[in-house]
Design a binder for this molecule. Structure first.
Ligand SMILES: C[S@@+](CC[C@H](N)C(=O)[O-])C[C@H]1O[C@@H](n2cnc3c(N)ncnc32)[C@H](O)[C@@H]1O
Length: 310
């Protein structure tokens, strides 16, 4: 098994993972924007869909949404805590019978026949975590799709500015008094993060060229020491992702960058907008329009989004 799979397995199977992920979009504005963008896309692109495969489906943000629409969903993930949390939420939402939960790694989709699902989807970067098998994973996801594929992967152009901004997440804190551990960590460590930071041209150019952040060899050693390093994640360029999809026969490909508009706005203004229900709704609607413009697709907050027809 590749190190990336072993590392993902260990990291995403930490016991608190399901709980933490389920709370994310209540806590950070960039997560609200991204979730709203994907929901709008799914609701607009599933009228002709009956069966769905959600790869790396997490705690069910999107699998449960589609099950509630009456679709039959296979919810596939490497993490047991994520699957357990998703089952708990699906039961509360009354759609347990609409969803098949499967534990597995996206690196092996051999259990599924060609064109098994009308729609294949995978959001918030599970494909990127399959590095170095990310191209094969996309090809396998296309293989099992019958009508449509909709995915979001880690974005290289989108992530590079954050490599030069250790306080990037502070911009998106919705409530500074939130009890969330990550929010409080961001606030308490702000000054230290700035003083500890130094810009390294060599390292950022390496990431620009390879799509890989951090020291992969160090992550492997850390794994071997029994620690829990962050998953290795491959960051795609827009033309690269489009090319891979085209090579696998996907047509009418559209790329987008969820978060491209919101990332230009300071925290104080974002919080003000989010706290006014009408402005919030209008803002999220406009984010969807702006972020769908292909000229900004590389500058999404974390993810590069793609949809296409089989
Ligand atoms: C950031 S979460 C996104 C979850 C969900 N798609 C969403 O948008 O809410 C990434 C998910 O990918 C899963 N994952 C990571 N590596 C994976 C792999 N190799 N195969 C399957 N799932 C994986 C994790 O367990 C986690 O649930």
């Amino acid at each position: 098994m590749e190190y990336s799979t072993k590392i993902s397995e260990r990291m995403w199977n930490q016991l608190d993972k399901g709980e933490l992920e389920a709370e994310r979009e209540k806590t950070f504005i960039d997560d609200i924007v991204q979730k709203d963008f994907i929901e709008k896309e799914l609701l607009a692109n599933t009228d002709d869909i009956e069966t769905v495969f959600d790869g790396g489906a997490g705690c069910g943000r999107f699998s449960i949404l589609l099950a509630k629409k009456g679709l039959k969903v296979t919810h596939f993930d490497i993490s047991v805590p994520m699957l357990e949390k998703a089952k708990e939420i699906a039961a509360k939402e009354g759609v347990l019978d609409k969803i098949t939960f499967v534990q597995g790694a996206l690196e092996d989709l051999s259990a599924y026949k060609d064109k098994s699902f009308d729609l294949v989807m995978s959001f918030d970067a599970p494909i990127s975590y399959t590095y170095p098998a990310q191209e094969k994973t996309i090809s396998e996801l296309v293989r099992i799709a019958r009508k449509r594929i909709i995915i979001s992967v880690s974005s290289r152009l989108g992530a590079l500015p954050y490599a030069s901004n250790p306080i990037q997440k502070n911009q998106f804190i919705l409530d500074k008094d939130s009890k969330d551990g990550w929010v409080q960590w961001c606030i308490q460590n702000r000054e230290k993060a700035i003083s500890d930071f130094s810009f390294s041209k060599e390292s950022i150019i390496k990431t620009y060229e390879t799509g890989l952040f951090g020291d992969i060899e160090e992550s492997k050693k850390s794994y071997d020491r029994g620690e829990v390093p962050w998953s290795i994640s491959y960051h795609f360029m827009p033309d690269e992702l489009k090319g891979i999809l085209e090579k696998n026969g996907v047509k009418n490909i559209e790329l987008a960058g969820p978060g491209a508009f919101a990332r230009t706005i300071p925290n104080e203004i974002l919080v003000k907008i989010m706290n006014d229900p009408a402005e919030r709704r209008d803002f999220l609607d406009f984010c969807h329009i702006y972020d769908s413009n292909p000229y900004v697709c590389g500058m999404g907050k974390d993810n590069l989004f793609a949809k296409g027809e089989i």
